[in-house]
Structure formats: structure tokens, C-alpha cells
Write a protein that binds this ligand. Structure first.
Ligand code: SF4
Ligand code: SF4
Length: 362
């Protein structure tokens, strides 16, 4: 596979690289197999995070012994020294290496977070010290807010920036990517398939591959997904695929779930992220694949006490505090329409939860 230069890091990374978030959802053996499969087919750049539970250690095992043939990026949420130091040491151990290729500050969405990173003697200086020791090669930053990253890149503190880029989220193309190019900062495109909301993931990846100066890292946890992404490399986006992406975009608007699961866990064990994207899943696979346990998830969703914890963690500011109950009600109504739940049981569920029909909700 062609390699591209990741800005001033001078790292030469595969044109299409590996997003390591989803492998946390499969068992260790499957995670290692899929990462190794991707490597064997030309991917040499793997992105993970301390926050992706098992992903970092699974990649460390899968890619052990490959040395400089692979480039692994990881990240930490922490902007305080004690926790950052802890994370850095865990990452080195998990990745099975003497050094980390790229360590990124994970999700820097607000100015106060950026200021905390840049503080004299703070997190950035901590990572620079690791560079001097030879335990870290490059420092990057990630965010879901392009405007915030414009500010971050102008500080000159970061060698890479990771940002969502897909057919719906195109804001980085206006100013951020040109600025990164002028400063020779590498751009890593997360969420090229926007959490799987497009009719065709392959078309969505092709579109991101068409953009200049970015390295897409679609998340993968199955061999078929690796193959599908590789197929995107080898054929141009067709007018039909572009029209389908546009139609998906018109249908989705801007308020939709990207499947990142940052909103989880819920203190009341409600599957908030599943519930808020259930309407979309229903559209894709229909009720036949939505069995009783899904209905149970919606019933549980009605117990949401609207504490706001999930909403405060969502980087896309989705109004989850209302959405969890509204979507649960809407999906239970659909369950009745599709014969998965009797009218009688439905009325009892609503009565027990003290809720009204969806149309009567605000
Ligand atoms: S608002 Fe509801 S779903 Fe979200 S964390 Fe609180 S209880 Fe859980
Ligand atoms: S609701 Fe927000 S935080 Fe939760 S999975 Fe969706 S996009 Fe991510």
C-alpha cells in the first residue's frame, strides 16, 4: 500500500490506516487476528487510546516484534500530571515497546483544557521530557471541534491533529486542514464512516480518501471490514455512490449518534448509546434483528432519571437527557407496530413507567 508522510513527524504511514476503537468490542483472539490481518495487507499505522479499554494491549500483542515496521499512536484524556504519567507508563507496557511513536492529548474540546496542557511545567512539558529520554517520538492532539483545533495548531505545540472528517462533517476542510498543511502538521481523520451511519461504508471511506493531506483511520474489528476498507482504496467514488452519500446526509441532518460510546456507562445501567441510535439501526436491519433483549433495553430506557451524565460526556452535544426517553418510547411504539410487543404489554410498560404516548411527549 502507498505510504504518505504524516506532516513534520516524517513518519511514513499507510494511505489507509487502522482505527483501533472497535476491537475493544471483540475477544482478544479476534482483535489480534484482525490487527495482524490489516498489517499483512499493508497497513502500518494503528491508532488506539488508553480510553479504548482492551484495544491498546490487544494491539501491543498483535504487533509485537514488528519494531519500526509499525507505527502505533495512542492517547490519554488526562491533563493532570499524575494521571498522565500513569497513563503513559501503562501505554508503554501495553504496547510492548520501549517507546511510543505518537502520544496524543485525547479530546481537547475546550480552551481551558488546552490551557491546562500548555501550562509551564504541565502535561506538554511532561511529554517533551519523555521525548528527550527517547521514550516518545511525537506529540499530537485530538478533538471533535475543528475551531478549537485551529487555536491549538497555532500554538506550534503539536505535530499531528486528529479530527472527525466524513461526508457529513466537512468543517475541517475549510480552515483546519489548510492551516495544518501550511504548518506541516499531520492530519489523522477519525470517524470517516461517522459511526456507520452511511448506507455504504466503502463509499464513505472513498470520499475521505479523496481529500488531500489526511490519513483516514476507519475503525475495524472484523476481517470483512478490513477487506471492505481496502476495496475502497482501489476504486474511485462513483457518481451513484456520491448521490447515496448525499441522500444519507440529507436524511440524517446533524443530530445523530457516531457510536463512540463516550457517553457510557450510565449510572443506572441504561444502554443510552444503543437507545439513541436504535432508530437508525432499525432503518438498516429492520425489526427482525431486534429481538426481545432490545425491547428490554427500551423498557429500561424509560427509567432514565435525566441526570445528564451521558449528555455531559457526548462530544457531539447530543441532547441525550431527553433523547433516551423519547427514543425508548418511539422504539417501543415501533415494536407494537411490527408485532414484537402486544398493545396490552405496551400500555402496561408505559403505565408502570409513568409515561405517555410518544406524541404526547414534549
Ligand atoms: S440521563 Fe439517563 S441515560 Fe443518561 S446517564 Fe443519566 S440516567 Fe443514564
Ligand atoms: S450519544 Fe454521543 S457519546 Fe454516545 S455514542 Fe453517540 S455520539 Fe458518542
Amino acid at each position: 500500500m502507498d505510504k504518505v508522510r504524516l506532516g513534520k513527524t516524517e513518519l511514513m504511514v499507510s494511505r489507509l490506516s487502522f482505527g483501533g476503537l472497535p476491537i475493544q468490542s471483540v475477544d482478544r483472539d479476534s482483535a489480534e487476528k484482525v490487527a495482524r490481518y490489516a498489517y499483512d495487507r499493508g497497513m502500518n499505522f494503528f491508532d488506539t487510546a488508553r480510553g479504548y479499554t482492551t484495544s491498546e494491549a490487544d494491539l501491543g500483542r498483535a504487533l509485537a516484534g514488528l519494531g519500526e515496521k509499525v507505527i502505533i499512536a495512542t492517547k490519554s484524556y488526562y491533563k493532570n500530571m499524575e494521571q498522565l504519567d500513569k497513563d503513559f507508563k501503562i501505554s508503554i507496557k501495553n504496547l510492548n515497546r520501549d517507546y511510543i511513536d505518537l502520544f496524543q492529548f485525547h479530546i481537547v474540546n475546550y480552551e481551558k483544557e488546552l490551557q491546562a496542557i500548555l501550562e509551564k511545567g504541565g502535561p506538554l512539558d511532561y511529554l517533551k521530557e519523555r521525548q528527550r529520554e527517547g521514550r516518545l517520538r511525537h506529540i499530537g492532539i485530538t478533538s471533535h471541534r475543528p475551531a478549537m483545533m485551529l487555536q491549538a495548531l497555532k500554538t506550534g505545540a503539536f505535530e499531528t491533529v486528529q479530527i472527525p472528517l466524513n461526508y457529513i462533517e466537512t468543517e475541517p476542510l475549510d480552515k483546519l486542514i489548510p492551516l495544518a498543511a501550511s504548518l506541516d502538521i499531520g492530519v489523522i481523520a477519525m470517524k470517516p464512516v461517522a459511526g456507520g451511519v452511511f448506507t455504504s461504508n466503502r463509499a464513505a471511506v472513498k470520499w475521505v480518501l479523496q481529500q488531500q493531506g489526511v490519513v483516514p483511520i476507519p475503525g475495524m474489528c472484523r476481517i470483512e471490514e478490513v477487506d471492505d476498507n481496502l476495496a475502497a482504496l482501489n476504486s474511485p467514488l462513483t457518481p451513484e455512490e456520491l448521490a447515496a452519500l448525499e441522500s444519507d446526509k440529507q436524511e440524517l441532518g446533524t443530530i445523530f449518534c457516531r457510536r463512540c460510546d463516550y457517553c457510557m456507562p450510565c449510572p443506572n445501567d441504561i444502554e443510552a448509546s444503543y437507545i439513541v441510535r436504535s432508530g437508525m439501526i432499525f432503518k438498516r436491519v429492520g425489526w427482525d434483528k431486534m429481538e426481545q433483549d432490545h425491547i428490554d433495553a427500551f423498557v429500561k430506557g424509560l427509567t432514565c432519571d435525566q441526570c445528564g451524565t451521558c449528555a455531559s460526556r457526548c462530544p457531539y452535544d447530543l441532547p441525550l437527557t431527553d433523547m433516551v426517553i423519547d427514543e425508548s418510547l418511539a422504539m417501543l411504539r415501533k415494536a407494537v407496530e411490527y408485532g414484537k410487543l402486544s398493545e396490552e404489554d405496551y400500555n402496561k410498560i408505559l403505565k408502570d413507567a409513568g409515561k405517555n404516548e410518544p406524541s404526547e411527549q414534549k
